[in-house]
Design a protein around this ligand. Structure first.
Ligand SMILES: [Zn+2]
Length: 298
């Protein structure tokens, strides 16, 4: 097993998600990273202008700027496009980065609790999910390794592998103690896991655990002019990671028509009514629940 040494800890990818920004600020001020002194951790707030103005981004979403073609496109000169190129030099280059793990800290307006989002499915992420789940039984472990290639343009893709700590619900530009505490706890467990694993310490990891797998998205109904014709049903609002059976009401139009889940599997929604997805009229992301076995990796 290869040791993991270089880690990037990133806050402020979105300038109005305050938990990650303040966790990085707090840990830098209190020199908390010394607690994992065997690891080489670089902590950074990456979109300072957006943070200053407390907006998600200045021109474009920084977390969608890391497609290789975009990074190499000299005609892309917007604020975040240039910032992405700079970060790709500092933490990448994508595809050949010395950073083994990038932890990207986000919060969501959706009621997702403490959610660990994993970009790949390999021994490291599977065991990390088990370790976090053991220490935080209420955490949601979500794999998105099957997200289509064209959507693999997140900041964390500059490193060899990336994980997202996504905690909610928390309104944009608001800092709530519960959210910050959950983010801090989950981030501590991730760093502990890496350090203990490097040391060859026997880790307490369950044989199997419940996890979620990305399965698709549901959009709000819109008319020919792009105007919304409905909203998420009260029956599922705020119920992230709770099951929706086929035929279950998921949205309702303003004229009272109920829109039901037409899939052929039990879906577990997340990012329900996420404020940042307002522009693309996303109602929610869907996932499937499954049992992840750690037996072959321990
Ligand atoms: Zn975010």
């Amino acid at each position: 097993m290869k040791k993991i040494q270089r880690i990037a800890l990133i806050g402020g990818t979105h300038g109005n998600e305050l938990s990650g920004i303040y966790l990085v600020k707090k840990w830098l001020a209190q020199q908390t990273l010394k607690q994992w002194n065997a690891l080489d951790i670089t902590a950074r707030i990456v979109n300072p202008r957006a943070c200053e103005q407390s907006v998600r981004y200045i021109e474009t979403d920084l977390n969608r700027e890391f497609d290789i073609a975009d990074l190499e496109n000299i005609n892309k000169t917007g604020y975040e496009a240039l910032l992405a190129k700079k970060l790709n030099i500092e933490f990448g280059p994508k595809g050949n980065s010395p950073y083994e793990v990038l932890i990207d800290l986000h919060n969501t307006t959706s009621n997702m609790g403490a959610c660990l989002m994993l970009q790949r499915k390999n021994a490291f992420t599977i065991l990390l999910g088990g370790y976090v789940k053991h220490h935080m039984p209420h955490a949601n472990i979500y794999f998105q390794d099957n997200v289509p290639e064209e959507k693999q343009n997140f900041l964390l893709t500059v490193a060899q592998q990336g994980v997202t700590v996504e905690v909610g619900p928390q309104p944009n530009s608001v800092l709530q103690q519960e959210t910050l505490d959950l983010m801090e706890l989950m981030t501590r467990h991730i760093l502990d896991f890496v350090e203990l694993r490097n040391n060859g310490t026997t880790l307490v990891i369950p044989d199997e655990y419940d996890a979620f797998q990305y399965a698709g998205n549901l959009s709000l109904p819109i008319d020919d002019n792009g105007q919304r014709e409905g909203m998420v049903s009260r029956q599922i609002d705020q119920k992230d990671f709770q099951p929706i059976e086929p035929g279950h009401v998921v949205m309702e139009t303003f004229s009272g028509e109920k829109i039901t889940w037409q899939g052929d599997y039990t879906a577990y929604p997340l990012f329900i009514n996420e404020a940042a997805y307002h522009k693309n009229h996303s109602a929610m992301t869907l996932s499937r629940k499954f049992v992840m076995s750690c037996r072959d990796y321990k």
